[in-house]
Write a protein that binds this ligand. Structure first.
Ligand code: BG6
Length: 254
């Protein structure tokens, strides 16, 4: 029966690959939305992908969020990788320190015996402040390192959940809703057709830069299915690590 269960998950993964037009999908059992402990299985699958990525990439970028924080939690590579540098994909976006990309990059580097670069960007900056920061030699040096990332690991958020979590003001939340925002990644919000509806000001990899890289999304739980579909339509990521709850909802058309 265990063998049957695994082959059913593999079939499910192939179906999701086809439906979303992805190169590779991994589906682990469970549903993190129903059983929070199931997040460990998703994180372990992502940690395996990360360990594999370290064999090829010298610079690995990570986004923030609870899912990527869980990956850092379980990440215990078999050998040290002093040649690998972990960088945040983008600067702080108004989240708790534990789930910011800077923190996750530092934790992964610690586990891997590698280097890390932090962006150290304060939250809720105006576009003018961001422009001024980009003139700073130190910020530019860090950004140059971030841009060298070959692989990016990132979460996918449900638009509404993310706008609340990041304490976006009421006017912005109303605007996101009016424009039909479904998903969020890297501080950008997309509608159900994968069209960009809003972008929070921050520094780091731009959407264009992200497009040129190998992006591996780690997102699980049935309530995230719509967000996963929405972001898949942007073509931003090619690989997905998810759970049965989200995968079945995608297969069944939500
Ligand atoms: C954010 C990332 O920090 O986490 C986003 O920048 C992602 O890319 C979000 O949408 C997902 O968070 P979580 O907690 O659901 O994994």
């Amino acid at each position: 029966p265990l063998v049957d269960a695994f082959s059913a998950l593999r079939t499910l993964a192939r179906t999701v690959e086809r439906l979303l037009g992805l190169k590779r999908v991994v589906v682990v059992p469970g549903d993190v939305a129903r059983q929070p402990d199931d997040l460990a299985a998703v994180a372990r699958a992502a940690a395996i992908a990360l360990e594999r990525a370290m064999k090829e990439a010298r610079v690995i970028a990570v986004a923030g969020g609870t899912t990527m924080a869980a990956v850092a939690e379980v990440f215990r590579p078999r050998r040290k990788h002093p040649e690998v540098t972990f960088v945040p994909a983008r600067g702080g976006l108004g989240e708790h320190i534990d789930i910011q990309a800077d923190t996750i990059a530092a934790r992964l580097a610690d586990r891997a015996g590698g280097r890390f670069v932090r962006l150290g960007v304060p939250d809720q900056l105006s576009p003018e402040t961001i422009r001024a920061m980009l003139e700073e030699a130190d910020v530019r040096r860090r950004l140059d390192e971030v841009r060298r990332a070959e692989v990016v690991f990132h979460g996918i958020g449900d638009a509404k959940t993310m706008s609340l979590r990041r304490r976006a003001d009421a006017a912005i939340r109303a605007e996101l809703e009016r424009r039909g925002a479904v998903s969020e990644a890297f501080g950008a919000y997309y509608d159900g057709d994968g069209r960009l509806v809003a972008q929070m000001p921050t520094i780091g990899l731009s959407i264009e830069e992200l497009r040129a890289k190998r992006c591996i999304a780690v997102a699980a739980g049935r309530p995230k299915a719509a967000a996963i579909i929405s972001l898949a339509k942007t073509g931003l990521f090619q690989e997905l690590i998810t759970d049965q709850g989200a995968a079945e909802a995608i297969r069944n058309g939500l």
